[in-house]
Design a protein around this ligand. Structure first.
Ligand SMILES: Cc1cc2nc3c(=O)[nH]c(=O)nc-3n(C[C@H](O)[C@H](O)[C@H](O)COP(=O)(O)OP(=O)(O)OC[C@H]3O[C@@H](n4cnc5c(N)ncnc54)[C@H](O)[C@@H]3O)c2cc1C
Length: 269
């Protein structure tokens, strides 16, 4: 897609430079795939030079500009068992060539906010928190599960920037698993669920792919099968399931319930 209204690219760019008609540019793999006639200037984040992945006692900080390829190649500290269990699988749910993998960013995936965003599943499933920077210099933090509000919709205000996603250590040191399904072998995810059991026994199920936005269900201990199914029904509204060429809502709901039970059984053992 030619963005023929763009007259300037600012590189590298920072949050103070925002003005009307600007768009943040990360890998460009979503931005350059759609018509954006109102965009006059691109603010290049990829050139900002942020360290892609920073592990510490607190957990892991993923810079918004970390690419899918950098994340897939990352060898986390051994104690980050949950992270290791699901990272490669979530990266491979990103069904694109190596060219896309090498430029598409974790932050761009969250901001594009597609239901099948596998970086949304990964970071929401590990209790990620977004650090957002506003043009006036103020900061705020929002859980990933609340950052994406709908199909292509986020809580980002005009000119606000996603700087990083913080994964807390307590969500990285338990056990985790995921399930992904699509209509075709190489099709877009129709359902992508992440299950996590923390060292204190807490169980979290995060539903993405099948729904317009992520839903996280947390239980103090492993729930019974029926409790989990009832919670799914109570949490995800009937019109919360995606209806598009990649799968009908009834089928996505069925996949969601089936995968939820598979995850519950796997993490019960
Ligand atoms: C062949 C192919 C396959 C794909 N497969 C998938 C798939 O399976 N699942 C999926 O979800 N997507 C898929 N995509 C879409 C896209 O590649 C991904 O969503 C990708 O992660 C977007 O990241 P990016 O860095 O390229 O973002 P960009 O295209 O640079 O940006 C996307 C949007 O987010 C904004 N933005 C980017 N970074 C920030 C930031 N830090 N702060 C604020 N705003 C920001 C941009 O202004 C733009 O509106 C695919 C695309 C292609 C071409």
């Amino acid at each position: 897609m030619d963005l023929n209204t763009v007259a300037e690219v600012v590189s590298p760019a920072g949050v103070g430079q925002w003005r009307p008609g600007d768009a943040w540019l990360a890998g460009g793999t979503a931005l350059f795939g759609e018509s954006r006639p109102a965009v006059r200037r691109l603010l290049d984040l990829a050139a900002a030079g942020w360290a892609p992945l920073t592990a510490g006692e607190h957990g892991l900080e993923i810079a918004a500009t970390c690419t899918v390829a950098q994340l897939a190649a990352y060898a986390p500290p051994p104690r980050f068992e949950s992270l290791r269990a699901i990272t490669r699988g979530c990266c491979h749910a990103f069904l694109a060539s190596f060219k896309i993998w090498n430029v598409a960013t974790v932050g761009g995936n969250l901001c594009a906010a597609l239901p099948a965003g596998p970086m949304i599943a990964l970071t929401a499933g590990l209790d990620g928190e977004c650090l957002l920077l506003a043009p006036d210099g103020s900061e705020r933090r929002v859980p990933v599960s609340a950052f994406v509000t709908g199909n292509g919709a986020t809580v980002l205000a005009d000119g606000e920037l996603l700087r990083s996603i913080d994964l807390p250590a307590r969500a990285l040191t338990g056990v985790a698993t995921f399930r992904q399904g699509s209509l075709h072998t190489h099709g877009r995810s129709a359902a992508l669920l992440v299950g996590r059991r923390d060292v204190d026994g807490r169980f979290t199920l995060t539903v993405t792919g099948s729904t317009w936005r992520p839903y996280a269900l947390t239980f103090p201990s492993m729930p019974a099968a029926e409790t989990l199914q009832v919670a799914l029904t109570g949490t995800i509204p009937a019109d919360g399931y995606v209806d598009d060429v990649h799968g009908l809502p009834a089928w996505r709901r069925h996949l969601t319930r089936t995968y939820a039970e598979e995850i519950r059984r796997e993490l019960s053992s």
